[in-house]
Write a protein that binds this ligand. Sequence first.
Ligand SMILES: [Ca+2]
Length: 101
Amino acid sequence: MGGSQSVFDEQELDDYQENPFKDRITKVFSSQGDGSMTFEDFLDMMSVFSDSAPKNVKVEYAFRIYDFDEDDIISSKDLKEVVNRLTVPSESGCKVFLSAG
Ligand SMILES: [Ca+2]
């Protein structure tokens, strides 16, 4: 207590704008489950993303972010969505699709 620490610097905020998982992040931390965030939701998100958050908490939220269909399983379908989001340049229209199997 007593120390002050910036949560995000300007570069981190720019990076968030380009984050391919920002819709999942806001949905996972939304207490309503619809992507809308209360101030408490926002504080929870900042807490989890802080360097001092325990790794098990970070892992739990990472799992929820990557579990796109929210069935509590990271399936090949979820992993394909992760890869597609990481490999698709947002403005080029070029998209890589993986097939199951
Ligand atoms: Ca899933």
